[in-house]
Ligand binder design. Structure first.
Ligand code: AHR
Length: 543
């Protein structure tokens, strides 16, 4: 309906000598500051035109992930011995939190775990389920929580399943059997098994991941791109015979660090393009000295590298589409993304044959939360092609929420994620943002301010999300309203602080938490406000 002319906006931005807050990528290279970059003291300007939108926002852009890993499932969502659990053994506080956040979709059961998982071990009477050694994490899976428990948990938590399939040790036939178990009503071997096991209603699971990170030598059943592409094609074909309405996601590259990056994606799609709807991407960001030199201003620019990864992967999808003369355009499923580097050294994959071992319990600080805000901005700006994305993970394992015997803790990264869930609604705005810039080695000029926004055509509510990457200075932001005047400020909150390394703990759970700030007023078609140094801000207006 709306005409989207992103290229002419880019052209304007380049000619005006500004860094484009909405995308610093042009032809795969970072857009360098042009002839007259804004000085560090200049006001940043954002132009909002409600007629210019990038795409309707698919809520599944703010999904998450639960793997049979560490304490994510056992002790995280399922803990029958806990005083906080219901009669199903589900942690009620966790369910309440997920429901209140409105997490739209949750990927399960892995991750690396899925590539050695036999789903039949996790269904049927609990007393008969085997204790299995999970070789991905070297831990014991008691199988007390399996497919039916996950479906019941999703229903209780108000979310949808995104089911992962084992294409490592598992066969296409077993994948199709799980679809039949989950989605057919009755009258077939696997749907009747589900009924016999006490679950009369089919779950009608719509979205499925065809394996996990099959490009990685660490993956159980790792294979070449051609082998995987053919296996994914066969699985997709058999699954669609069972249920033609499925949406299927093929495994793309595990990240740009892979030697086969993009070549893997191209070859996989050459084999299975016609059989799938989406392609997956994964990425974990780090501020380890070996990666960024521990330089936080570089770390806070890393969301632009996520955009580069998206642009490159989209290019490969469209290249194969061209080869195949296909009318179908694939979408991307960024189904693992987060900051993760501290709980990633030494023995981190070793569960020592324990049940619910403490693995990957990353403690997140303020700067991680600021980058997560930037990453959410990047996902928003790419909502035209990224239709599913999963913050990896949800509970206890590289997670926004941690549990102990007495309750739960919101880590720093919870806040930007929750803001996206609460306030990013409707359609993504195609903003023009002019910001002063700073130099980052190997990236060029990076805007201090990173801005994204949404508008809900239903109720007219509009939200703007601003990351200030400047570690030492506040910046003034001026919003220039092109075609509308916003109503009242409904929400104005900021996450900031003096210590980038500050974190929350069960002893000090609100050490890093959002603050409200004075509602900015609008006069003469402009709204001006100041964002503090090292901050992520959300403002929401009524129509
Ligand atoms: O999320 C943790 C692990 O990271 C997942 O199991 C795997 O897919 C990725 O490498």
């Amino acid at each position: 309906m709306f005409s989207v002319d992103r290229r002419s906006f880019l052209h304007q931005a380049a000619n005006a000598g500004v860094a484009w807050g909405a995308s610093s990528l042009l032809g795969g290279a970072f857009l360098r500051a042009q002839t007259s970059p804004l000085s560090a003291n200049d006001v940043a300007r954002v132009y909002v035109d409600s007629r210019r939108v990038t795409a309707p926002l698919d809520r599944n852009l703010f999904g998450s992930f639960l793997e049979h890993l560490g304490r994510a499932i056992y002790e995280g969502v399922y803990d029958p011995g806990s005083k906080l659990s219901d009669t199903n053994g589900f942690r009620k506080d966790v369910i309440g939190e997920i429901r209140q956040m409105g997490v739209p979709i949750v990927r399960y059961p892995g991750g690396n775990f899925v590539s050695g998982y036999n789903w039949l071990d996790g269904v049927g009477p609990k007393v008969s389920r085997p204790r299995v050694l999970d070789k991905a994490w070297n831990a014991i899976n008691t199988n007390q929580f399996g497919t039916n428990e996950f479906m019941a948990w999703c229903k209780a938590a108000g979310t949808e399943p995104l089911m992962g399939l084992n294409l490592g040790t598992g066969t296409p036939e077993e994948a199709a059997a799980l679809v039949e178990y989950c989605n057919l009503d009755q009258g077939t071997k696997w749907s009747d098994l589900r009924r016999k096991q006490g679950f009369a209603e089919p779950y009608k699971v719509k979205r499925w991941c065809l394996g996990n990170e099959m490009d990685g030598p660490w993956q159980i059943g790792h294979m070449t791109a051609t082998e995987y592409g053919l296996k994914a094609q066969d699985a997709a074909r058999q699954m669609r015979y069972v249920d033609p309405s499925l949406q299927l996601i093929a495994c793309g590259s595990s990240g740009p660090f892979m030697p086969t990056y993009l070549e893997w994606d191209r070859e996989v799609l050459e084999q299975c393009y016609d059989y799938v709807d989406g392609l997956s991407l994964h990425r974990y960001f780090t501020n380890a000295p070996a990666d960024t030199g521990g330089d936080s201003s570089k770390f806070l620019a890393m969301n632009l590298s996520m955009e580069q990864q998206i642009a490159e992967t989209v290019a490969v999808c469209d290249l194969v589409r061209g080869h195949k003369r296909s009318p179908k355009q694939l979408w991307l499923s960024f189904d693992e993304w987060n900051v993760w580097y501290r709980a990633r050294s030494g023995d981190y994959t070793n569960g020592h044959h324990q049940e619910a071992p403490h693995l990957l319990e990353e403690v997140y600080n303020l700067e991680d939360a600021l980058l997560v805000g930037g990453l959410l901005n990047s996902l928003l700006r790419n909502a035209n092609r990224v239709k599913v994305a999963c913050l990896a993970q949800l509970i206890n394992v590289i997670a926004p929420i941690m549990t102990n015997a007495n309750g739960l803790l919101r880590q720093t990264i919870y806040y930007p994620y929750n803001w996206a869930l609460q306030y990013a609604r409707g359609s993504v705005l195609n903003l023009l943002a002019q910001s002063p810039t700073y130099e980052v080695a190997k990236m060029g000029q990076v805007p201090y301010l990173d801005v994204a926004g949404t508008i809900d055509p239903g109720d007219g509510k509009l939200a703007i999300f601003v990351l200030n990457r400047d570690l030492s200075k506040p910046h003034v932001v001026e919003i220039n309203w092109q075609d509308i005047t916003p109503g009242q400020v409904l929400v104005s909150s900021v996450l900031s602080g003096t210590d980038l390394k500050a974190f929350n703990s069960f002893e000090a759970p609100k050490h890093v938490a959002p603050q409200t700030f004075d509602k900015p007023s609008t006069t003469g078609g402009r709204t001006k406000f100041e964002v503090p140094a090292r901050s992520y801000t959300v403002i929401q207006w009524s129509a």
